[in-house]
Design a protein around this ligand. Structure first.
Ligand SMILES: Nc1ncnc2c1ncn2[C@@H]1O[C@H](COP(=O)(O)OP(=O)(O)O)[C@@H](O)[C@H]1O
Ligand SMILES: O=C(O)[C@@H](O)C(=O)COP(=O)(O)O
Length: 423
């Protein structure tokens, strides 16, 4: 079946989040890792391409985004969705606005919308300001993110320096009035040449109204919760029909490894809890690895019983991250840790691991690419926005849980194992 909705996600945890939420519709979702080198075949109505473009240098991010669009067009997609983080993560240069503008130019359109709200995970947008739970974004732990520290909560201010076109807002008062009011507001903004429109949303009903109003826009941008509302609209229009049986996990040995490169507040708590529960653990010290190489961690891993699901982590509190970054630079530290965890994943697979639980978007990108995955099936949801995924195309069948830094409960690493075992 030809693709209907073509989605481009700027990181891997974001892509599995999106694929999982789209999959709730019961329609078939296909998740590709990177832009496939082959022309489209065996396409699903809902296609997602996972990129590692969020923190990439701008020209590379744009190149990847455009290539993804070309592939999705060839797959038959009629509408497109650009997925970024529900906390609008972007570097100081910012890749979200330029990626959206590149897609708009390639699609020949003058306006798109931006809505990162993800109410189930506590992200809401009000008067253009993004909240994480009760805190404005810039007062939340996201202010200390190692690669994309978010120091402003206002989406219009964040977007403005990233784009050439003008930025506007459709606020909650209008959104609450329904689809027609939203459409009218967008038309009024279009007459003022407002190309980039931030949309307020505080709950899923708001997102459904926005999705309804924007259903004919060639390009919509936002978080996974906005995209979640689209399949039902396509079904009601007769663009998609039928249900897909949820893919089941391939038979997998129990051997598991947990790899954590996220330094988010929630991941810090999850790692601490997992270690307190008795999991075998190894802490990567980035300065030590920079000085002496990664052999010590590989030696430790080789001695582990993988049925005990050991954890290797670089996860650290903000003060420790700052200390490391002051010695070796944020980009170099991030890349070194991602490389080390990716090599650990490959070593663990060679030692028999078939289940990989990974915390962190950039980290997940590095690990998934190193494992050679090219397409993932989306399986059971462990927590909102975090499904298990199954890779049948790698050298061995494996299961991967790619956890966004901020998602999941404190017991996530054991929750993931319980869900996979169907307990
Ligand atoms: N101790 C540390 N010091 C400096 N950087 C770190 C440390 N631990 C992890 N990192 C880097 O921080 C970044 C975290 O990003 P990511 O994996 O996307 O996590 P999240 O999902 O929380 O955003 C990665 O590039 C990772 O390599
Ligand atoms: O929208 C979200 O919050 C997630 O899907 C996401 O993008 C995850 O990014 P990381 O927190 O960097 O893993």
């Amino acid at each position: 079946m030809a693709a209907i909705l073509g989605c481009i996600a700027d990181d891997f945890t974001g892509a599995t989040d999106l694929a999982g939420l789209l999959g709730r519709s019961g329609m078939r979702v296909s998740l590709r890792i990177g832009v496939p080198s082959e022309p489209p075949r065996d396409t699903a109505p809902l296609e997602v391409i996972a990129l590692k473009s969020r923190a990439a240098p701008l020209p590379e991010a744009i190149e990847q985004t455009r290539a993804a669009l070309r592939w999705l067009k060839a797959a038959g997609a009629q509408r497109y969705f650009l997925k970024y983080c529900s906390t609008f993560d972007s570097t100081a240069g910012g890749n979200i606005g330029p990626a959206a503008e590149a897609l708009m130019s390639d699609l020949g359109i003058e306006q798109t919308v931006y809505c990162p709200a993800f109410p189930e995970n506590g992200r809401s947008v009000y008067m253009g300001n993004l909240f994480v739970g009760q805190q404005p974004l810039a007062e939340s732990p996201m202010r200390d993110h190692p690669l994309t520290p978010m120091r402003d909560s206002n989406l219009m201010r964040l977007l403005k320096p990233q784009v050439q076109g003008a930025v506007g807002l459709v606020d909650r008062i209008t959104v609450a009035q329904g689809e027609q009011a939203i459409r009218k507001a967008l038309e009024a903004l279009a007459t003022q040449n407002i190309a980039h429109v931030v949309m307020d949303a505080i709950d899923n009903a708001d997102l459904e109204r926005i999705a309804g109003a924007c259903r004919d826009m060639p390009l919509v941008t936002g978080g996974s919760a906005l995209a979640m509302a689209l399949p039902a609209l396509y079904r009601s229009e007769g663009l998609i029909s039928g249900d897909a049986a949820p893919p089941s996990a391939p038979p997998l040995a129990r051997a598991t490894v947990v790899l954590s490169g996220s330094c988010s507040d929630m991941t810090n708590r999850q790692v601490e809890r997992y270690i307190r529960q008795g999991a075998p653990s190894y802490r990567i010290d980035p300065l030590e690895v920079a000085a002496n190489g990664p052999d010590a961690v590989f030696r430790w891993l080789a001695e582990q019983e993988l049925n005990k699901a050991p954890i290797i982590y670089a996860t650290a509190e903000p003060a420790e991250v700052k200390h490391v970054q002051s010695k070796m630079g944020a980009v170099r530290a991030g890349a070194l840790i991602e490389e080390t965890l990716a090599s650990c994943a490959v070593a663990a697979r060679e030692a028999g691991a078939r289940r990989f639980i990974v915390a962190g978007g950039e980290t997940s990108g590095a690990v998934t690419q190193a494992l050679g995955a090219s397409q993932l099936d989306v399986g059971a949801e462990i927590a909102p926005g975090v499904p298990w995924t199954y890779c049948r195309s790698a050298r061995y069948p494996i299961a991967l849980a790619l956890k966004s830094g901020n998602f999941g409960a404190e017991g996530f690493f054991t929750d993931a194992q319980t869900v996979l075992e169907g307990k």
